[in-house]
Design a protein. Structure first.
Ligand SMILES: [Cu+2]
Length: 411
């Protein structure tokens, strides 16, 4: 169906900007973070070093305690370690108002040849200020755009939320640009020995750092130790995206200009460009078979699997109003199983969760469901005082996403 294909293509444009990933509402609430520990767990795309993994990653939530660098695991055959650090110390500051700064930096791994990322260890320079870090890869075709964006601030990075804000360039639903993530307590992540995230020579990395300004504004240089392998035996780890619509109406008793859906979509379009509307409508078309929305806090999308793959890890992405997210395989059938069940969404802990290798093939279906809650508006410093609005899919702090991510290998 061309309309569906167009909608998916439109989504892919956006996906490259936001991945994804993103990113804890609740962790920004003082004393609220401990409740998230049992939900998303790991902060990397697959396995972590040490048997305990990253289940303690969000225990502190606010990173109040300095991160104690763990002893890195030994290098495996064909691996080298390369440290990439933001070239300048960045002083966090609120882009407009609020107490949060989401900043993207360009890191150059200076690859002499194509390689695989087989692990990473993200080390915040000021751990008490850094709330989360997400690493995106930028293919050679988009490297110039990333450098140009960085040059606008004299190499100090740029304001970004959710994703890199760089736009598409070769991304697709079945191959998203995520590399990994860090949240307080995160340690080195090492992928299983048979897989790697491909990084072509000439690629860059964009590192999104979320600074919580209430925990200081000391200049920060966050660095990443990359485990690189030139082995030809590794299977490329790809990221497949499963988006669902967001159609979150204003609460009963609340009103305002942007509580009207048309006005809200026009507002997103004004902020992020003409592709915003086809993405919002395209998601409805793909997921619900109509562009007429059914407003409500929970939205979902079921999509058929098109090619065989083996799922190795799963993750979800929403923004600040996210409450819960679930990814299911073959729902409503005897084969049904839940791949990811985040009962309490944590924006600052968006890392992937490894799962036992799970084969999927054409005929299977993947369902992603998200629940958002306008009540977070009253509780989060980032959103306090902003007018109530009908929330649709968009890249901004006040917009939302609903996205399932599957890290897969191909047969
Ligand atoms: Cu997003």
């Amino acid at each position: 169906m061309p309309a569906v294909a167009a909608a998916l293509a439109a989504f892919a444009l956006l996906a490259a900007g936001c991945g994804t990933p993103n990113p804890t509402v609740q962790a920004r609430l003082e004393g609220h973070a401990a409740g998230h520990t049992a939900t998303t767990g790991a902060t990397g795309p697959t396995a972590s070093t040490g048997s305990a993994g990253h289940t303690d990653a969000t225990a502190s939530g606010h990173g109040a305690k300095p991160v104690v660098p763990a002893q890195p695991a030994a290098l495996r055959g064909g691996e080298t370690m390369r440290t990439v650090t933001s070239p300048v110390a960045y002083t966090p500051k609120a882009p407009t108002t609020g107490t949060d700064d989401y900043r993207c930096f360009v890191l150059d791994p200076k690859l002499a040849r194509d390689a695989f990322v087989t692990g990473f260890d993200i080390a915040p320079g000021q751990p008490q200020e850094v709330h989360h870090v997400i690493l995106f890869r930028v293919p050679p075709s988009a490297a110039a755009a990333a450098r140009a964006k960085d040059a606008e601030s004299g190499g100090n990075g740029w304001t970004c939320f959710g994703g890199t804000g760089l736009g598409s360039r070769g991304a697709s639903l079945d191959d998203a640009p995520w590399v990994g993530a860090w949240a307080p307590g995160g340690r080195e992540n090492v992928l299983p020995s048979d897989v790697g995230i491909p990084l072509q020579r000439g690629s860059l990395l964009v590192m999104q750092v979320h600074y919580n300004l209430r925990h200081g504004t000391t200049p920060d240089r966050t660095s990443v130790k990359l485990r690189l392998s030139s082995s030809t035996k590794l299977k490329p780890l790809e990221t497949m995206l499963y988006p669902a619509p967001v159609e979150l109406p204003c609460r009963a008793g609340k009103s305002g200009r942007l509580c009207d859906r048309s006005a809200a979509v026009a507002d997103v379009t004004e902020r992020f460009g003409p592709m915003s509307r086809p993405i919002v409508n395209g998601l409805l078309l793909v997921c619900n078979g109509t562009v007429i929305p059914t407003p409500g806090p929970t939205q979902s999308c079921t999509r058929k699997v098109e090619a065989p793959a083996t799922i190795r890890a799963v993750a979800g992405h929403m923004h600040l109003l996210g409450s819960s997210l679930r990814i299911e395989l073959d729902p409503g059938t005897p084969k049904a199983r839940t791949l990811l069940d985040i009962k309490v969404w944590d924006f600052d802990n968006q890392g992937s969760v490894p799962i036992p290798a799970t084969a999927i093939r054409p005929g299977d279906s993947i369902k992603v469901s998200c629940t958002h809650d306008q009540a977070w508006r009253d509780k989060l410093p980032d959103l306090k005082g902003l007018p109530e609005r009908y929330v649709v899919w968009g890249e901004g702090t006040t917009d939302e996403m609903c996205l399932g991510l599957l890290s897969v290998t191909r047969p």
